[in-house]
Design a protein around this ligand. Structure first.
Ligand code: KIV
Length: 273
C-alpha cells in the first residue's frame, strides 16, 4: 500500500524531491524516532521522515539537543528505518560529530549510514562547515543543510526566537544557502526565519527548501510529530498547527484503564484464558 494520498509506491529518493520542486509539488516531512510511529507516518504517505536530534527533547526530556550522542541517534534511526518502506529517511548528525574537522565528520557520517541504513544526513550550519559537507557528499552520502534557528547553537543564540530578522544575518543566511547548494546539498531546512527571506532562498536555489516556521512559499514543510499530534504540552510556537490532541486521548484512555483495573473490571471473562 502506498499511503492515503499517494499513488506512487516507489521509494522516495533525493532525486524525487528535486523533481517535486521542479514540478511545484510540495514535500511533506515529519520527524520520527521509533519503529511504530515510522510505520504509521510512512503508511500515511509522507515524502520524507527525519530522525531529528529533537529526540533529545521529545524522547529523552532534555532542554536542548546537545546531549544527543551518535549511538543514541543510530538507535533511533535504525528503529525508524525498520518501519519505513517508501519515505526518504534522513538522520540528523548530532552535536559534536561533524564540527571538529572534515575527517571526523566523514567518519561519523559513514558510521551513521552504515549502522542505521538511513538514506541521507542533515547537518546544521553554513560556510563554517562547508568543507565537511563537501567531503561527506564526495563520499557518496546525500546531505541536507539546516539554517536559521539551528538548535545545536542555542547557547550561542541565547534564545529560541526568530533568526535572520536583521539585514546582516539575513545576508549571511542567503550566502550560506548558496554555499550549501554549491557544496552539493540535496536540500536545506530553514527553521524559524521570516517568510520573505525563506521565499527568496527557495526562489534563488534549485534544491528543495523545507521550512519549519518559515512560511509557505518554500518547497515543503517539516514539523516535530509529537507537536503536530498534540502529544506535547506547553510548546505553542506560532508556526505549529496541531492536527490532534493525543495528550488528552492518551491520558483519558490510561485513566480509564486505571479505573477498570481498580474496579476489577479488566480483564473480564472474554479477556481471560
Ligand atoms: O531535530 C529536528 O527535529 C529538526 C527539525 C525541527 C527540523 O531538526
Amino acid at each position: 500500500m502506498a499511503g492515503y494520498l499517494v499513488e506512487d509506491a516507489r521509494k522516495v529518493t533525493t532525486l524525487r524531491l528535486q523533481e517535486m520542486k521542479q514540478q511545484g509539488e510540495k514535500i511533506a516531512m515529519l520527524t520520527a524516532y521509533d519503529y511504530t510511529m515510522a510505520q504509521m507516518l510512512d503508511h500515511a504517505g509522507l515524502d520524507a521522515i527525519l530522525i531529528g536530534d529533537s529526540a533529545s527533547n521529545v524522547m529523552a526530556g532534555n532542554k536542548t539537543t546537545l546531549p544527543m550522542t551518535i549511538d543514541q541517534m543510530i538507535y533511533h534511526a535504525t528503529s525508524v528505518v525498520r518501519g519505513v518502506k517508501r519515505a526518504l529517511v534522513i538522520c540528523d548528525m548530532p552535536f559534536g560529530t561533524y564540527q571538529i574537522n572534515p575527517t571526523e565528520g566523514v567518519r561519523n557520517a559513514v558510521r551513521i549510514m552504515q549502522e542505521s541504513g538511513c538514506d541521507a544526513l542533515k547537518l546544521e550550519g553554513g560556510i563554517e562547515i562547508i568543507e565537511t559537507v563537501k567531503r561527506i557528499v564526495e563520499t557518496g552520502i546525500p546531505v541536507m543543510g539546516h539554517l536559521g534557528l539551528t538548535p545545536q547553537s542555542i547557547n550561542k543564540f541565547g534564545t529560541f526566537g526568530v533568526r535572520a530578522k536583521d539585514e546582516a544575518e539575513a545576508a549571511k543566511l542567503l550566502d550560506d544557502a548558496h554555499a550549501l547548494e554549491k557544496a552539493g546539498c540535496f536540500g536545506i531546512t530553514l527553521e524559524k526565519i521570516p517568510a520573505t527571506l525563506a521565499r527568496q532562498v527557495a526562489r534563488e536555489l534549485h534544491i528543495p527548501i523545507i521550512g519549519i516556521g518559515a512560511g509557505n512559499e518554500v518547497d515543503g514543510q517539516v514539523l516535530v510529530v509529537q507537536d503536530m499530534l498534540g502529544m506535547s504540552k506547553g510548546f505553542n510556537p506560532k508556526f505549529l498547527r496541531r492536527y490532534a490532541d493525543l495528550y488528552t486521548t492518551i491520558t483519558d484512555s490510561v485513566g480509564q484503564y486505571v479505573s477498570d483495573v481498580k474496579k476489577v473490571d479488566f480483564p473480564n471473562q472474554q479477556e481471560e484464558y
